[in-house]
Design a protein around this ligand. Structure first.
Ligand code: HEM
Length: 158
């Protein structure tokens, strides 16, 4: 991986983790303190729109810059590339799981709330509270998977 691609890869890691830390520890707890479900959904939609854009974009950049790094490795290591295969399988499995959890947060939960607000659909307080709880749990899981993937990624670079 050349220096520029590595910088892009790390910038995308920082963007994903930073935005998800904010979601789990700042935004969702603050939104949970709003008692009026209509106002709560309006605030959720405002915050989740940029969250979706940032994190889906960051995951896309991670996959593209990571794949470009793999191509460089093949050119650099030739036949020895096979020796890295198990570490790579670990890294790619974790990345795959992170992408599943990340897209569940963005498309499975957050985007549905944004669309409901844009379309002015009726507010269902219990359903909304359940979605916030699931988003909170999924955000913690995404953070744990991110930390693990970073750890494996650093091992790969060494
Ligand atoms: C399909 C997705 C991904 C692929 C193909 C990929 C591929 C790679 C490769 C090949 C390297 C080694 C670069 C080198 O030293 O030449 C690397 C490093 C790294 N990756 Fe990924 N990666 C992916 C996703 C992720 C994700 C989701 C994260 C974290 C959330 C991540 C975090 C890191 C980190 C922290 C490094 C170490 C960079 C350094 O020390 O310079 N990667 N990745």
């Amino acid at each position: 991986m050349d220096a520029f691609t590595r910088w892009i890869h790390l910038l995308a890691v920082a963007t994903y983790i930073g935005a998800t830390l904010d979601l789990a520890f700042v935004f969702l707890p603050a939104v949970g303190a709003i008692d009026d479900p209509t106002l709560q959904r309006r605030v959720l939609a405002r915050g989740l729109k940029p969250y979706n854009l940032l994190t889906v974009g960051a995951l896309g950049v991670l996959v593209i810059s990571g794949a470009s790094g793999l191509t460089d490795w093949k050119a650099q290591f030739g036949a020895d590339y096979g020796r890295l295969v198990w570490r790579l399988v670990g890294k790619l499995t974790l990345s795959f799981l992170l992408i599943q959890v990340g897209t569940y947060i963005s498309f499975g939960l957050a985007h549905r709330l944004v669309r409901a607000e844009l379309g002015q659909l009726p507010v269902e307080p219990e359903k909304q509270a359940g979605m916030i709880r699931r988003m909170q749990g999924a955000a913690w899981l995404a953070l744990a998977l991110s930390a693990w993937t970073v750890w494996v990624g650093l091992g790969l670079s060494r």
